[in-house]
Write a new protein. Structure first.
Length: 343
C-alpha cells in the first residue's frame, strides 16, 4: 500500500475525518458535493493544510511531519497555476530545479515530459498562448517532473469546456495508467470519477459514506447524493422476503432477504399511465406530477406520492399522455427492474 492516511482537519464549522488508502499504480477518486471536504483532504495530503489529528504514511514512511516542499508529492491544481512569465518548458523544469537538479538536466527532463504529453512543439509557449487542454497537460507534466510517489489532482478537468474535456479526459486516463505511484483525484463530476478512477471514495459532511470500485458504487448507492450521481431512484426500508417497505409503499423485488434494505431503480424503469392500468402491476402507486423538464434526449418527470421519484419518458409520451404539473397519474415499476440490497 503506497498511501495509508487518516486525515483529521478541524475547522470552526466543519471537521474532516477521513481514512484513505491508495495502492501503487492505482487512482483513487474523492467524490462528493461542494463543501464535503474533498479539497481539504487533498491540501492536507500535500502539507498545505495542517492536520488536527491522524497521520499520513507513504510507502511506510511518515509524511505528516514533513513540510510541503519535502514531501514526494506532485500536485495539479484546479486552475493549473502555471507561472505566466515562464515558457511551458521552464514551468515543467521548475520542480527539478527546486530540488537542486542542474538547469540542463531539468530542461532535459522537462522536454521529455512535454513530448510524453504531446506538447513537444509548444515548449517555448507561455501559458497565455496555450489552450485549456494544453495548459492542463503542462500542469500534469510539471507535477510529474519532481518524480513524485503520490500524485494529487484537484478537479483537473473543471476548467475545460465540454468538447475539450472529452479529449483531455481520455488523454489523462492514459497518462495516469503510465504513472507508477499512487494517484488521488478530487472531483464532483461522476463521469470523471468513473472513467479515471480505479476506486471511489464518496465523502459527505467530512466523512466517508461509501467506497468501492466505480461499478460497485454505481450498482449499490447508499445515499441520495450517490443515487442522483448515478441516476437512480433510491429508498431505504425494511425487507421481508421479496418485499421492501419503504414507508408508504411496499416494493416487490426480485431479490429475497430480510432486514434493513435499500431499493433502487432507474427513472427509465418507471412507467406512467393516465388511468389505472389493466393487470395491476405489482409495484403500482398514484402520484402527482411536480415538474417536467428536458433530460438529455428524454423528458424527466418529477413525481410526488407515497414516495418521490423520477421517471424518464420520451417527448412523444409526454405529448400522448398530456403530462403537466399538478396532474394525478399512476406509476409502476416491474419487480425485475428493481434492485434491493442490505442497508
Amino acid at each position: 500500500m503506497t498511501l495509508d492516511a487518516r486525515l483529521v482537519v478541524t475547522r470552526p464549522a466543519f471537521t474532516l475525518d477521513l481514512a484513505l488508502r491508495a495502492e501503487r499504480g492505482k487512482v483513487v477518486a474523492l467524490l462528493g458535493p461542494n463543501g464535503a471536504g474533498k479539497t481539504t483532504a487533498l491540501r492536507a495530503l500535500a502539507g498545505l493544510s495542517p492536520l488536527s489529528g491522524g497521520h499520513i504514511s507513504l510507502r511506510g514512511r511518515p509524511l505528516h511531519t514533513l513540510p510541503a516542499e519535502s514531501r514526494p508529492i506532485g500536485m495539479v491544481f484546479q486552475d493549473y497555476l502555471l507561472f505566466p512569465h515562464l515558457s511551458a518548458l521552464d514551468n515543467v523544469a521548475f520542480g527539478p530545479r527546486c530540488q537542486g537538479v542542474s538547469k540542463a538536466e531539468s530542461r532535459r527532463v522537462a522536454a521529455e515530459l512535454l513530448e510524453r504529453v504531446g506538447l513537444a512543439g509548444h515548449a517555448a509557449a507561455r501559458p497565455r498562448q496555450l489552450s485549456g487542454g494544453q495548459a492542463q497537460r503542462v500542469a500534469l507534466a510539471r507535477a510529474l517532473a519532481v518524480r513524485p510517489e503520490l500524485l494529487l489532482l484537484d478537479e483537473p478537468l473543471a476548467a475545460l469546456d465540454a468538447h475539450t474535456r472529452l479529449e483531455v479526459r481520455s488523454r489523462l486516463r492514459r497518462h495516469l495508467a503510465e504513472f507508477d505511484g499512487a494517484t488521488v483525484l478530487v472531483t464532483h463530476d461522476p463521469l470523471d470519477a468513473m472513467v479515471l478512477a480505479d476506486r471511489l471514495v464518496v465523502i459527505e459532511g467530512g466523512a466517508v459514506v461509501q467506497q468501492g470500485t466505480p461499478g460497485e458504487v454505481a450498482r449499490r448507492p447508499r445515499t441520495d447524493y450517490v443515487a442522483r450521481l448515478v441516476g437512480l431512484n433510491l429508498y431505504r426500508g425494511a425487507a421481508d422476503g421479496g418485499r421492501v417497505d419503504v414507508g408508504g409503499l411496499l416494493v416487490h423485488t426480485s431479490e429475497q432477504f430480510d432486514g434493513p434494505a435499500f431499493v433502487a431503480f432507474a427513472p427509465t424503469a418507471v412507467a406512467i399511465y393516465r388511468s389505472r392500468p389493466d393487470g395491476s402491476p405489482r409495484n403500482l402507486w398514484q402520484a402527482t406530477i411536480e415538474g417536467v423538464e428536458r433530460h438529455g434526449d428524454n423528458v424527466r418527470v418529477h413525481l410526488d406520492g407515497p414516495v418521490t421519484a423520477f421517471a424518464d419518458v420520451t417527448p412523444a409520451a409526454v405529448a400522448d399522455l398530456d403530462l403537466t404539473p399538478g396532474q394525478r397519474i399512476w406509476a409502476s415499476v416491474k419487480a425485475t427492474e428493481t434492485h434491493a440490497y442490505p442497508a
